[in-house]
Design a protein around this ligand. Structure first.
Ligand SMILES: *Cc1c(COP(=O)(O)O)cnc(C)c1O
Length: 340
């Protein structure tokens, strides 16, 4: 039977070129700063993002958490979108690990405006926590892969500068955001102080994320990575795949976006409830009334895997393991299951 796994772009398997690079990787003890392949990856990531330095971490979650630790002090407040990964899916790490609290702001399709952020910034008042960090998610997962425009980012950058607040981007899928807008990732990264981005999602590496920012910030983040147990030894094995991911996998993301578009428009035509304007990248979220677990199980019987994403919401994510024929097949099955 056909296997069309649309649960997430994290299910992507390493490419043959990645396996080859991992096999041949030159390695050393990275905690001693002696792994040349890790250093190459960190420098490459920093260079692509136009930042001074980079840091390889185990996961996107660890990348966000070391960033929050390095940017804040206990008792500070960070401003984030109400459905952001940092708030929604990181096991309350910001509260437990960094000791900061979240000021959640509901964005428009997950996107915060400079005005929304301005209103959430605390005045100097002995009763109130200090607003210390703004976290932006780009593309926004729970909102369906929506992206910040450059002008939105520049406005936020201005508000942040006026208030002396740093901006961190959870750019788990920043390469998707860049591809959708046909701009280099560095243009996006230029508008923020620090970025976390995943190698293990659309770019297809087996694991790992990079954090980039100033040299001073990365030195701090590196200490926190060690504290959290993320100091790795011959990590060049992983970094080698990351280098292949960064150098060869970003340009093809537009193909995934095209597939998501076909899927989304077919869903709309078949009568499913979907916000087509939110489908900017590789994520497709639609509504399904009635028993969603039963619907997901029906899809699975046809070899299609999708994630429930809320009581009446289903998420499908396209990636390099999904070919055009898989999309056509999925569309045909969805047509069968559509309620007329
Ligand atoms: C996946 C994801 C993360 C976390 O990455 P992990 O490697 O799964 O820890 C962070 N932010 C966003 C927006 C994500 O989609």
């Amino acid at each position: 039977m056909r296997n069309v796994d649309l649960r997430s772009d994290t299910v992507t398997l390493p490419t043959p070129a990645m396996r080859q690079a991992m096999y041949q990787a030159e390695v050393g003890d990275d905690v001693y700063g002696e792994d040349p392949t890790v250093q190459k990856l960190e420098n490459l990531g920093a260079q692509l993002m136009g930042k001074e330095a980079g840091l390889l971490v185990v996961s996107g979650t660890m990348g966000n958490q070391v960033s929050i630790l390095a940017h804040t002090d206990r008792g500070d407040e960070l401003i984030c979108e109400a459905e952001s990964h940092i708030f929604y899916y990181e096991v309350a790490g910001m509260a437990v690990i960094a000791g900061v609290q979240a000021r959640q702001v509901t964005g428009r399709r997950g996107i915060l405006s400079a005005e929304m952020i301005q209103q959430a910034i605390r005045p100097q008042d002995i009763h109130q926590p200090s607003s210390r960090l703004i976290c932006l998610e780009n593309s926004h997962n729970r909102a369906g892969g929506t992206c910040y425009t450059q002008s939105q980012l520049r406005d936020i950058q201005m508000v942040a500068a006026q208030n002396g607040i740093r901006v961190h981007m959870d750019g788990a899928r920043i390469f998707n955001a860049a591809a959708a807008q046909k701009i280099p990732v560095g243009e996006i990264a230029r508008c923020v102080d620090t970025v976390q981005f995943c190698l293990s999602k659309g770019l297809g590496a087996p694991m790992g994320s990079l954090v980039v920012g100033s040299r001073e910030f990365i030195d701090k983040a590196r200490r926190y990575r060690k504290m959290l147990g993320g100091g790795m030894r011959q990590a060049g094995i992983i970094a080698a795949a990351g280098i292949v991911a960064l150098t060869t996998m970003a340009d093809r993301l537009t193909e995934d976006h095209g597939h998501a578009r076909i899927l989304a428009e077919a869903l709309a035509n078949q009568g499913y409830s979907i916000d087509l304007a939110a489908v900017e990248t590789n994520i497709v979220i639609f509504e399904r009334q009635g028993d969603v677990p039963a619907f997901i199980a029906q899809l699975r019987q046809h070899g299609i895997q999708a994630n429930q994403f809320g009581e009446h919401r289903v998420r499908m994510v396209t990636h390099y393991g999904i070919a055009r024929e898989d999309i056509d097949y999925t569309v045909s099955i969805l047509a069968k299951l559509a309620k007329r």
